[in-house]
Design a protein around this ligand. Structure first.
Ligand code: F6R
Length: 263
């Protein structure tokens, strides 16, 4: 893991969008792993702006989203498919048939998990995986007790996650679907490069545990400690509980490659 801290969420969004843009320019056929949620909104808005202003090309990109609510059709405005259309896909030249989101309406969840894993495999695997972190420490929707060897499957959301995500559901926790399809931890760890993005004080505790705590299935983010290419991008509030911050800043200062993705 390497850790880069910037003053605020706007600076983090700018940096992450630039890193993704560098990757797409170096390798136009990149397969992206994408996340949803509030942290990502600014990043996608910035990427859409880079497409508009600098002709950032998505025409050869393929994408796989981490997760989708079970029971929401793709057409539902609260689905993650619609979120992606709203914040990114409708604003860039990515081909719809190359964008993938797990099917929350699939009648057979196990079959849908296998189908999604095969689609990722057939696309050559994920080059660059974008992750946020939940207040339960989840990556994707891998809630506490998710196995590090888990693959795409149906999961039950933690009560705290339903509260965290209630804004899209009229602030009613009980209206948030209780189940979702999510890439597993092993699926995520297969990506060649991971960017974990954390902004805001509400992420401070889980980010510190993810980076510095022991690896545990109770906090799925800690699995990222075993990934050879995981870059953590945090704003000052999210980084505020990291105890070894001076060391991370030292590494960031002397490592000329810290922001160079393998491509
Ligand atoms: C969303 C996802 C989640 C979010 C996490 C943070 O696709 O997989 O892991 O990244 O819950 O969400 P926000 O950014 O809304 O705090």
């Amino acid at each position: 893991m390497k850790i880069v801290v910037r003053p605020d969420a706007a600076a983090i969004a700018e940096l992450v969008a630039r890193l993704i843009a560098d990757q797409l320019r170096a390798r136009p056929r990149t397969t992206l792993g994408l996340a949803t949620g509030r942290t990502m909104e600014r990043i996608y808005i910035r990427l859409a702006a880079l497409h508009r202003l600098e002709r950032l090309d998505f025409s050869q990109v393929a994408s796989f989203n981490l997760d989708e609510y079970i029971g929401l059709p793709a057409s539902d405005p609260r689905s993650y498919r619609k979120y992606m259309d709203r914040f990114l896909f409708d604003h860039v030249d990515i081909l719809p048939e190359r964008t993938h989101v797990p099917d929350g309406m699939a009648p057979d969840h196990a079959a849908e998990g296998l189908r999604y894993e095969s689609a990722i495999h057939d696309a050559g695997g994920i080059d660059l995986q974008l992750l946020g972190i939940g207040e339960t420490g989840h990556i994707g929707f891998n809630e506490p007790l998710s196995a590090f060897a888990s693959r795409t499957r149906a999961v039950t959301l933690a009560p705290h996650t339903r509260t965290q995500n209630a804004a899209m559901f009229g602030n009613d926790d009980n209206a948030v679907p209780p189940r979702a399809m999510t890439m597993g931890i092993a699926t995520i760890l297969d990506a060649r490069q991971i960017l974990l993005v954390a902004t805001g004080i509400r992420k401070a505790r889980m980010l510190a545990l993810t980076v510095e705590g022991p690896m545990t299935a109770m906090i799925s983010g800690t699995a990222l400690q075993s990934h050879p290419n995981c870059l953590v991008l945090a704003d000052e509030p999210a980084a505020s509980q990291l105890t070894e911050r001076a060391y991370y800043d030292h590494v960031a200062r002397y490592d000329p490659e810290i922001l160079a993705l393998p491509g």
